[in-house]
Design a protein around this ligand. Structure first.
Ligand code: ADP
Ligand code: TYD
Length: 221
């Protein structure tokens, strides 16, 4: 809910608006978490209460997923896709800090990854339609007001991962990331009648990308 003071009537007016829900998407190392931080600061500077969150989450389900990604646990790709469905539902519905609760409490919510990540990362192993169907409940509960896709090449992604980390995770190979990038673009095309997506070029400076994202956000505020 947004609140403002009317000088004409000298009262506080509550605007019954759904708070914004924004999802940042992109292949590994595309700059999502960097841009979540910059966007959080910008929104806070104009008075938004911001809840920045991410998937895989830090819930028990998200932790299990991270164990699989780091190689500590083994699971079939189809099981991983199923775990993400469950993690996402908990991300939305958790009574303590679920996204729906946070929106209800007046927060603008920004998430680093949401269901488009599943559409892109799991479609090499099962049909995209299956992945979309498996995530239907999440999509019906909450579609992002805007999905922002930070576009970098798989080559740039691999360079950034190598620079920032000692080890790579499952899915972080050049060929897979090329495929995931192309599946993201296919998913955007497939769902263009129901999803709002803006693609920004992620191979520019952090500041320029942030300004580009800000223009898109301002258009929907
Ligand atoms: P993600 O959350 O998508 O994995 P990060 O924001 O963690 O991406 O960025 C991955 C790496 O790339 C980090 O080392 C970060 O400092 C760097 N990085 C982020 N944005 C840019 C950019 N615009 N240009 C070059 N490097 C960047
Ligand atoms: P993340 O921690 O965001 O990695 P990065 O910061 O490198 O982008 O995500 C970890 C991995 O989880 C990443 O390789 C993408 C994958 N993933 C899926 O496979 N399916 C999903 O639904 C989501 C949200 C993430």
């Amino acid at each position: 809910m947004l609140c403002f003071h009317s000088p004409i009537f000298d009262v506080e007016i509550d605007l019954m608006m759904k708070n914004l829900f924004i999802a940042l998407e992109g292949i590994d190392g595309s700059g999502k978490s960097t841009q979540v931080k910059l966007l959080t600061k910008k929104l806070q500077s104009i008075g938004h209460k911001v809840y920045a969150t991410f998937e895989p989450t830090d819930s028990p389900i998200g932790k299990m997923i991270r164990e699989i990604f780091s190689g500590k646990m083994e699971a079939d790709h189809k099981v991983i896709a199923g775990l993400f469905v469950a993690d996402r539902l908990d991300h939305l519905l958790n009574k303590t800090n679920g996204i729906l609760k946070m929106l209800d409490d007046g927060y603008t919510v920004i998430t680093d990854r949401y269901y488009f990540s599943s559409y892109a990362y799991h479609s090499p192993y099962m049909s995209m339609d299956w992945v979309i169907e498996a995530n239907r409940l999440s999509a019906e509960l909450l579609r992002p007001d805007l999905n922002i896709y930070i576009d970098i090449s798989a080559e740039e992604s691999m360079k950034r991962i190598a620079k920032g980390r000692a080890s790579t995770e499952l899915y972080e190979t050049l060929d897979n990331l090329k495929n995931v990038r192309s599946l993201y673009l296919q998913a955007f095309e497939k769902l263009k009648s129901i999803e709002k997506v803006k693609i920004v070029n992620g191979e520019r400076t952090e500041e320029i990308i942030s300004e580009d994202i800000w223009q898109h956000i301002q258009a929907i505020i």
